[in-house]
Design a protein around this ligand. Structure first.
Ligand code: URA
Length: 230
């Protein structure tokens, strides 16, 4: 984790205030003043702000390969939830950073760190999400162009922001969007006159779904993956 991120998650300081505190020499790392905001903080580092030792927050960050039929919720009496797929010892305090519909599969991020998940989901941060979209009817050139230009959704006054679209074959496209409207991908394709038959999220920002994770399996994020959500 970067020093400024560490300070922002262990103190009430914002990321900007943390950077200022670091550059002003208020932060001591392993006994020495450290003015470099991007310094990498290892898990055994001793970090102090104004002579107060800061303890590592013990935040957790996981990726899960969400199977079909599992709901993106922490509790649901009728359906299995993403949290039900984790061992009980890991579940406490985790929440989902960016939900998926029950019938959507793929990359789901879970964390105990509210600031981090806010950066994943906030429309202001514009963290891109990439989906493999399987369609009921062959995709047309016109539809690809509509998605790239931005498209009007039913019951939504604002058109979508221009999306990145990659044609994979007649029935499949890869779509990257940085908004998170309700059922957005399905509604975008519906607005082109098509229908989504399967939806799979493969990437959030630069975090790729680990291809070694079977549906239902999870792993902790690496430090590089955690830091990539900035
Ligand atoms: N868009 C959708 O329509 N469904 C999802 O699960 C994610 C994005």
């Amino acid at each position: 984790m970067r020093l400024d991120q560490f300070i922002a998650s262990t103190t009430p300081l914002s990321r900007k205030e943390a950077k200022r505190a670091i550059t002003r020499g208020r932060v001591i790392v392993n006994g020495r003043a450290c003015r470099q905001v991007s310094t990498h903080i290892s898990t055994d580092a001793r970090v102090a702000l104004d002579d107060h030792l800061l303890t590592l927050p013990g935040e957790r960050y996981l990726m899960l390969n969400k199977p079909e039929g599992v709901v993106s919720a922490t509790t649901d009496s009728d359906h299995p939830t993403a949290l039900d797929l984790l061992p009980t010892s890991l579940r406490h305090g985790l929440h989902i950073a960016g939900r998926l519909d029950a019938d959507t599969t793929g990359l789901l991020l879970l964390t105990s760190d509210g600031q981090w998940s806010h950066r994943v989901t906030s429309p202001r941060v514009k963290c891109p999400k990439t989906y493999r979209v399987t369609l009921c009817d062959p995709v047309t050139e016109g539809a690809l162009q509509q998605l790239r230009d931005g498209i009007e959704l039913r019951n939504d006054p604002k058109p979508t922001k221009p999306a990145e679209v990659r044609w994979l074959n007649d029935y499949e496209i890869e779509l990257t969007i940085a908004e998170g409207r309700y059922h957005q991908v399905k509604r975008m394709l519906a607005a082109t006159g098509n229908r989504v038959s399967a939806l799979h999220r493969s990437r959030i920002g630069t975090i790729e779904l680990d291809s070694t994770l079977a549906p239902g399996a999870f792993r902790e994020l690496t430090e590089a993956e955690i830091d990539s959500i900035a």
